[in-house]
Design a binder for this molecule. Structure first.
Ligand code: GDP
Length: 325
């Protein structure tokens, strides 16, 4: 069937991994399920996910892109929902053997998951861009949406701690997020080029949604890319963010530690401050009404609803709320 662009709502999501995928896959399900019970008017969506690359890492000679993989697996319906990362029903025999042979084994890599990294690394070594490789993997997984790495270049989120300067994955996985965080830098960001497809998708979008991702390790590495922030500022009126913070805590993960290191209090108001200039709307939790005036004072419209996604039903409810906003 011919693609009729005019009958489509073009939706772009800026995403990290485990929090973002809940919303990304719900939007994808609404797109795919033409008979959705949630809202019969919402179904003709052209969906693009612009994904963080700051947590990418070379390991065992393989290029691993945790956020890209989480989003691809989530959209492809093969993500392990309980863990929030990796493939469903995967096994860890290769990792166990690596440990036996004295190799690094702190980063969990499932046996089936390793196939993704082998194909990706092989294609990159052949000279393909990360963007092309991701298109290839998405097509093999049968995904009917674009997943676009924010950059083809290697950008690395480094956590500066009291025990030294380390890759984000080393901090969170190897050291279990324990060291004190002094600051965070996005190494390579100034020289990294934004993927043209990401800019095009953003400029052509009817709606841009910043997923409830870690603001410091997932969303700011995207927004700090030269060119991307400018594009986002141009489309600000069409951009809505969902807060990953409820009250004085993140829903999960190390966002509080990172935000404090950058000098922010932990609240939805700080999320508004971090995204100021690129969003016109912020969606916060329905118990956080006390923050609404402070957010409005930053020139951002604020909406309150249930933003906790514990299951598929919650995810669908929030996705459909955002599409109607
Ligand atoms: P990461 O790359 O694995 O860290 O994943 P993301 O950056 O995509 O998501 C992590 C962030 O999502 C954390 O800051 C959480 O507070 C937030 N988060 C996780 N689950 C939810 C949820 O159900 N609702 C909301 N609003 N935020 C969530």
């Amino acid at each position: 069937m011919l693609f009729d662009a005019k009958s489509m709502d073009r939706v772009v999501v800026l995403a990290g991994g485990t929090g973002s995928v809940k919303l990304a896959r719900a939007l994808y399900r609404l797109k795919m399920d033409k008979n959705s019970n949630y809202d019969s008017k919402i179904h003709d969506i052209h969906l693009s996910i612009v994904c963080n690359v700051g947590d990418n890492i070379w390991m065992h000679g393989l290029y691993i892109c945790p956020d890209l993989d989480t989003i691809m697996y989530g959209l492809g319906g093969v993500l392990d929902r309980r863990r929030g990362w990796g493939l469903i029903d995967d096994t860890f025999n290769c990792l166990a053997q690596l440990a036996r042979l004295g190799g690094e084994h702190w980063f969990m890599l499932g046996d089936k998951d390793i196939a993704t990294h082998i194909i990706r690394s092989m294609m990159l070594r052949e000279g393909k861009r990360l963007c092309e490789v991701t298109d290839h993997l998405c097509s093999r997984l049968g995904i009917d949406a674009r997943v676009i790495p924010a950059s083809d270049d290697h950008v690395e989120t480094r956590i500066i701690t009291d025990s030294g300067d380390m890759h984000l994955q080393e901090f969170w996985v190897k050291h279990k997020g324990m060291p004190d965080v002094k600051s965070i830098v996005y190494r390579g960001i100034d020289d990294a080029r934004v993927c043209d497809d990401a800019i095009n998708a953003i400029e052509e979008a009817d709606k841009i949604i910043i997923a409830p991702g870690n603001p410091v390790s997932s969303i700011l590495p995207i927004l700090s890319l030269r060119g991307l922030r400018d594009a986002m500022m141009r489309v600000r009126e069409r951009c809505t963010a969902v807060s990953p913070i409820i009250g004085k805590d993140p829903v999960s993960g190390p966002a509080a530690k990172y935000m404090r290191a950058l000098g922010y209090d932990i609240s939805p108001v700080s999320v508004a401050e971090m995204y100021r200039g690129v969003i016109s709307k912020l969606v916060i939790h329905n118990t956080d009404l006390e923050y609404m005036d402070a957010i409005r004072a930053k020139g951002i419209d604020v909406y309150a609803t249930d933003i906790i996604m514990d299951d598929e039903h919650d995810e669908a409810r929030l996705a459909s709320y955002l599409l109607r906003l």
